[in-house]
Design a protein around this ligand. Structure first.
Ligand code: HEC
Ligand code: HEC
Length: 309
């Protein structure tokens, strides 16, 4: 009894000190919306003042819409309307809510600067310098232009009036943070000063573009894509498949089989994929053919590796 109480006290203080740590990140600027290049302005030909800004905004919105519908699942936790949503609501684990990102009543992002967006999304650090509970390691490799496009799109959404409660960890959540089972994203980024890529590799069927797309898979399928039990997930999640061309992984898979798993969630043996891969397939269904092929090119040419333990 005493031991359990002592352990819990340890977990609470350890988790609290981890959550109270302060992180310095770089100050960061980016244009929102992302401007046209000089060549693109030239390609507009004779144009009225303001037309280049309008064209830039239109393009940013189109790209941002694609990013949130096919690539980055912000709405899984921030709600389909981006007005706030639930990540976990469990008294033991914690109550983690994605706050309202629109400009309505209850918005937390209304006066966000580029630095604030950068910190939150690509560093896991809140505005006040403390670590965020948002798992964002999948977004670390997002380019400046993608972040700018996302922000343009989110700001253009209809304002939603909704105030989400603050997030807090329950007893089990605190133990998981204290013991390092749930790793705060801010602790996973080795260098909070490192510059980000200005632009993603150009969208084409190349291993470089495929590698960029595959960043969002590595949170579950691991950095080396060897799969295995998912470190950050609850125990009932299926282990992530080994995505390398190893006999324990995707050796023998064809592009057609890969595309069917990704877009429809149907495996070659006819079964439906298990959770949490089920979260991914509705997004992947909206990837362009170029994205799907680039992803496959990258994955199918990985070094074969045995499955992670
Ligand atoms: C797995 C769930 C999840 C996903 C996916 C997610 N978020 Fe979050 N987000 C959260 C939670 C939980 C919080 C609250 C964190 C806290 O209070 O420490 C949060 C907070 C935020 C905040 C507010 C930070 C602040 O200082 O108040 C912003 C901005 C944000 N998220 C943007 C995004 C964007 C953009 C995406 C997509 C690229 C995204 N989130 C994807 C769960 C998520
Ligand atoms: C939230 C965690 C998660 C993310 C993110 C994720 N996966 Fe998965 N994936 C899984 C799990 C778990 C399985 C195993 C599902 C099963 O056993 O049915 C899986 C299975 C697969 C399979 C194999 C299905 C089969 O035939 O057995 C492929 C292919 C795959 N994922 C590709 C991807 C790609 C590509 C991405 C990134 C775009 C991705 N996954 C992102 C968790 C994830």
């Amino acid at each position: 009894m005493l031991v359990a109480a002592g352990g819990f006290l340890w977990a609470t203080t350890t988790a609290e000190s981890k959550l109270a740590a302060e992180y310095e990140t770089h100050h960061f600027g980016m244009a929102i919306p992302w401007p046209l290049s000089p060549e693109e302005v030239e390609a507009l030909g004779e144009h009225e003042g303001g037309a280049a800004d309008e064209a830039a905004l239109e393009r940013a919105l189109e790209r941002g819409r694609h990013l949130v519908s096919a690539r980055y699942g912000c709405s899984e936790c921030h709600g389909a309307d981006f007005g706030g949503g639930v990540m976990i609501d469990d008294p033991a684990m914690g109550r983690l809510f994605g706050p309202n990102l629109t400009l309505g009543e209850g918005s937390v992002t209304r006066d966000f600067t580029a630095t604030d967006w950068d910190r939150t999304v690509r560093h896991g650090v809140r505005r006040d310098g403390r670590p965020s509970l948002m798992p964002c390691e999948d977004f670390f490799a997002m380019s400046d232009r993608e972040l700018s496009d996302l922000v343009s799109f989110i700001r253009s959404l209809p304002p939603v009036d909704r105030t989400m409660p603050g997030s807090s960890l329950g007893p089990v959540g605190k133990v998981m943070v204290a013991t390092g089972k749930f790793r705060l994203s801010a602790t996973l980024l080795a260098d909070h000063d490192a510059p980000h890529a200005l632009e993603a590799p150009p969208p084409a069927v190349t291993p470089e573009f495929g590698a960029h797309l595959a960043q969002v898979c590595s949170g579950c399928h691991r950095q080396g894509f060897e799969g295995g039990p998912i470190a950050q997930g609850p125990p009932d999640w299926a282990p992530a498949t080994n995505l390398t061309p190893h006999e324990e992984g995707l050796a023998g898979y064809t592009f057609e089989q890969f595309e069917k798993v990704m877009r429809e969630g149907t495996k070659p043996n006819g079964e439906h994929v298990a959770a949490p891969m089920t979260v991914v397939t509705p997004y992947a269904a909206r990837m362009t053919d170029t994205e799907m092929q680039a992803l496959w090119l990258f994955i199918s040419t990985l070094e074969p590796r045995p499955t992670g333990r």
